[in-house]
Design a binder for this molecule. Sequence first.
Ligand code: UN1
Length: 489
Amino acid sequence: MTSAVHLQHYIDGAWLDGDGSPITSTNPAHPEETVAQGLQAGAAEVDKAMAAAAAAKRDWARTPAHERGAVLLRAAAVLEQQAEAWGLELAREEGKTAAEGQGEVLRAAQILRYYGNDGDRTAGEIFSSPRRGEKILVTRKPLGVIGVVTPFNFPIAIPAWKIAPALAYGNTVVWKPASTVPLLAMRLAQALEAAGLPHGVLNLLIGPGSIGSAIVEHPALDGLTFTGSTGVGRRLAAEAAARGIPVQAEMGGKNAAVVLADADLELAAEQVMLGAFRSTGQKCTATSRLIVAESIADQFLDTLAERASSLTVGDPTDPAVAMGPVVNDAARKSILDGISTALAQGAELVAGGTAYDDGLLASGYFVPPTILELPADRQLDVWTEELFGPVLSVRRATSTEQAFQLANDSEFGLSAALFTQDVTRALDAIDDLDVGILHVNSESAGADPHVPFGGAKKSGYGPKEQGAAAKEFFTHTTTVYLRGGEAKA
Ligand code: UN1
C-alpha cells in the first residue's frame, strides 16, 4: 500500500496547510485506504487566494501571450512525463481504470498544448472606420480573476480545459476542485508551478462546497466557470449572475444513443457499451438512455446483455479490469436506489441490477453494469433523472420519428449518439435532435479541445467551453476608435 500524500493548498506560489477541518481522499475500490489527507481551506485561505489572484492579474494580463503559452507548454511536458504515475493515482483516488487515468493525464497535456499554442494566435480584429484618418480596433482582454469549480469525474482533464484557456488568455485563477479528488488537483498545480507560472496566477483551495460559495461571493471575482451537478451549478450561477459576473456552467446530461434498424449492430453494441460503462458511467456525456428500433431490439439487447455480464469489474489498477467502482458510498447508494425504484416502477432487468454481496465488489463502492428495459406506457424517474453511474435505460421505437422524439424527451440536451448507415437519417438528426453534441456512429462521450463543448436545454448555462468559445468566455473586448493626433478638416 502506498502511503497517503499530505494535502496542501497552493496560494500565491506557496504550498500551505489549511486552517479548516481534516479532509481525506480514499480509494473507492478499497475504502479503508487513504490516498491523501490534510486540512481543508477555511475563510482565511479564500481571502488570501483571492487577494493573490487579484494582485497578480495586472502583470499576468500584460505578460506577452507567447510567454503565457510557453508556461502551459512546459506544464504539458510535465504531465506527459508523469502520465503513468499520476494516471495510477487518478485511478486510486477516483476509481476509473489506470489506462483511462493515464489517458486522462495525457488528454490534460494535450489541452495545455492546444491553449499554449493558441494564446498568441489572435488578439482581436481591425475594422475600417466610416471617418477618414481612423481605424477601429477590437482588442481582447482577460476578464481578471476567474473562479474555477470542478467535479470529481475528470479530476485533471476538466480542470485543464478551464484553467488552460483562462491562463492562456491572461486571467488569474482561484480553483476549488471536488473534495473527493484533491490529490490530482495538487498534481496539476504542481505541473504549472514546475513550468514557472508566476506566483498568485493560479491558486488552489481544497475544501467543501462552502469554499466554492465563498469564492463566488468574494468581491474580487471577475468570472466563474463551473462543471458539476445541476443543483450546485444553478445556485452558483444565480449568485454570480446576480452580481453581474459572467458565468459558464456545464451541468447534467441524460444522453441518448439511438440505434436504427439499418445500423452496423456490432459497431453500435461496442460503442453503446463504451458510452454507458466507461469511467463507470460517471461522465456528463455518458450514454444513459438507449432507444432501439423495435425490429432489431431483441437481438441487440441480447448482445448488450452478454457484453455487460462479461465486463470485468474490479480494482481499476488491475490491467484486466474494464470497469472500476463509483466514486463514493453515497454515489453507490443513490445509484442502487435508482435501480430499485425503477424495478419497483415496472422496469425489467436486461443485465446487472443486483448489488454485489461478496468480497472486494461488496466492500468497495462497486455497482454492476446495469441495463433496464422500461415500460412503453409510463415515464420512469430513471429515464429523466441523471444517476451518474453505470445504468442504461432502454426503450423501443417503431419509427425513426418516434426514436428522435424519445431522444428529445429530456430536460437535458448535452450529447447524443446515432447509429445508422443512412446519411439522410444522420442529416435529419442534425436538425431534429436537440443536443449540443451529436455523434454519428460513435459513442456519446468525448470532446476535442478545438471545438465547442456544451449542451442544449438545461445541460449548460452561459457560453460553451473549448475552442473559439473558450476565448469568447475568458476575454472581453475593448473597441478602440484610433485616430492620429493631427486635426482633420
Ligand atoms: C468526455 O466526454 O470525454 O463532466 C468529457 C463531464 C464533461 C466532460 C466529458 N464535462 O463528464
